[in-house]
Structures are given as structure tokens and as C-alpha cells.
Design a protein around this ligand. Structure first.
Ligand SMILES: C[S@@+](CC[C@H](N)C(=O)[O-])C[C@H]1O[C@@H](n2cnc3c(N)ncnc32)[C@H](O)[C@@H]1O
Length: 252
């Protein structure tokens, strides 16, 4: 997979793209990450990439010229997304969609943002990583690349499988459209500072463990993210799972 990133701070990516999973995927040739600096296409001797906003107001706006020229010179894989707090919310479904394709590209804004003509006439869409404002699109780009790259076949090892995790529903007969949050995970030691691993996880009864986990996922999602349930109610199977495991604290 090829991913191109346009940023006036290319050095931002040195750490995140070299470490751990992304670094390994690049070394293995599974991921071709290219960072381009639009500043190289600025025409004045100060390499200016921003200017004051038309209509007044605080701050500076990234000017379209160096961005258009930088993108046209790189001929990056499409879709090309502008990172913007006002964009479509990036989520696991889009991560999966992008991971299934041959590549995509991201454009990082800075200052007060980017001249609207870039979004309207150069990019294929605008993406937000959440309802907050970052200082620049670089941190958002790292989030998107990380979430997509780990889903590219071969990038995660067997011990890092992404099948049974938040926003992925592998439960047999799960209703469409409500990917749940992940259930709680435990490892050794059995007892830590007086807190024990739930008994059921040590029972060896795989069917019961699976049902307990499903009940935990349901309960967590209802409590923490009721928005994910908007428009649907619990199925009879789900109601019976919650009755089977009524105690959310111990899971007993
Ligand atoms: C300081 S922000 C600009 C914020 C903009 N004036 C606004 O009110 O939406 C600078 C850059 O950070 C990036 N950015 C900020 N928040 C983001 C978010 N939630 N998701 C994606 N990118 C974001 C965008 O590329 C943006 O152009």
C-alpha cells in the first residue's frame, strides 16, 4: 500500500513512522509511506506558504499554490483527503475501506486552516479525527495511517490479530450496523493488589467465556457509547445474554 502525506513539517513523522508496527511494515515493503513538503513549491525566497485571510480575522491561511503544485508533482494515490476538524469523522469502517484499496493520501493543514479551493478543487474529501482542534493535521495523519496500516494484510502478526476488537463484530448472528466496544481483557497475575481476574475467564468453558465477553461488550457500549445504538434496540438474544450475566462488576 502506498500512502502519500503532504505537510510543511515532514520531520513530524520521523518517530511515529519508524517505530513498531509501521516501521516494520515499511521495512518489509508492505507499506510505502511518502511525505512531501509543499513548501518546496513556494515561489518567493522566504518559501511562504500562508497569507492573511480575506474578510479579516485572526491567524493565517495556507495558500493554494504550493499545495496544488506539490500534489500535482507527486501524483499521489487517490483518494486524497484534507485533514480538517470540520470534515467527515474518520472511523473504523473507513479505515477498513482504505485498507482494502491500493493507497490513499492525506493533506495536513496548519495555522487557521487551508484555502477552501484546495478542498473544493484538489481533494476528494475532508476527514476529521474527532471533535477537537489540533494545532496541525500531522497528528491526525498519524492516527489515520496507524488505524489503516494495521488492517493491511500481513502488517499485523498472528499474535496481533484485529478480528475481535472494538468496532469489529465477529459475533455469530450479530445484527447489522452496531459494532460494539471490546470486552475487558485480563492477563497474569491472577490476583493483583487484591483485584482478581473474573472467575469465568478461568473456567475453561469457551462457550460461556464467549457469551460473557459478548455481554460485557453490550453493556460497555450501552453505557459508554449509547450513540452507537441509535436507531436499534436489543435483540432477544442480547437481552438474554444480559440476563445470564447480570453483574457487570464481577461478570459472575
Ligand atoms: C489549528 S487547526 C485549524 C482549525 C480551524 N480554524 C477550525 O476551526 O476548524 C490547523 C489544522 O489542524 C488540522 N486539524 C485540527 N483539528 C483536526 C481534527 N479534529 N481532525 C483532523 N485535522 C485537524 C487541520 O488540518 C487544520 O487545518
Amino acid at each position: 500500500m502506498r500512502i502519500d502525506i503532504f505537510s510543511i513539517f515532514p520531520e513530524f513523522f520521523a518517530g511515529p513512522f519508524d517505530a513498531s508496527l509501521l516501521g516494520r511494515a515499511r521495512a518489509n515493503g508492505l507499506l510505502d509511506l511518502r511525505v512531501h513538503d509543499p513548501r518546496a513549491f513556494a515561489t518567493d525566497r522566504h518559501r511562504t506558504v500562508d497569507d492573511t485571510p480575506y474578510g479579516g480575522g485572526a491567524g493565517m491561511v495556507m495558500t493554494p499554490g504550493p499545495i496544488f503544485e506539490g500534489v500535482e508533482a507527486a501524483d499521489p494515490p487517490r483518494p486524497l483527503y484534507l485533514l480538517a476538524a470540520s470534515g467527515r469523522r474518520f472511523d473504523q469502517a473507513l479505515a477498513r475501506e482504505l485498507a482494502a484499496g491500493p493507497g490513499f493520501s492525506l493533506l495536513c493543514g496548519r495555522y487557521e486552516g487551508v484555502d477552501q479551493r484546495v478542498a473544493d478543487h484538489l481533494c476528494d474529501g475532508e476527514l476529521s479525527v474527532g471533535d477537537f482542534v489540533l494545532a496541525g493535521g500531522e497528528a491526525a495523519a498519524v492516527v489515520v495511517v496507524d488505524a489503516v496500516a494495521r488492517l493491511v494484510p500481513g502488517v499485523m502478526g498472528n499474535d496481533e490479530s484485529g478480528g475481535d476488537e472494538s468496532f469489529s463484530d465477529t459475533w455469530d448472528g450479530a445484527p447489522e450496523g452496531t459494532p460494539l466496544l471490546e470486552y475487558p481483557q485480563y492477563t497474569r497475575p491472577l490476583e493483583f493488589r487484591g483485584h482478581e481476574v473474573p472467575e469465568i475467564l478461568r473456567s475453561g468453558d469457551h462457550g460461556k467465556v464467549a457469551r460473557w465477553r459478548r455481554a460485557q461488550s453490550l453493556r460497555r457500549t450501552m453505557e459508554r457509547r449509547p450513540d452507537l445504538f441509535a436507531g436499534r434496540s436489543l435483540t432477544p438474544d442480547e437481552e438474554s445474554l444480559l440476563r445470564e450475566f447480570p453483574d457487570p462488576a464481577s461478570g459472575a
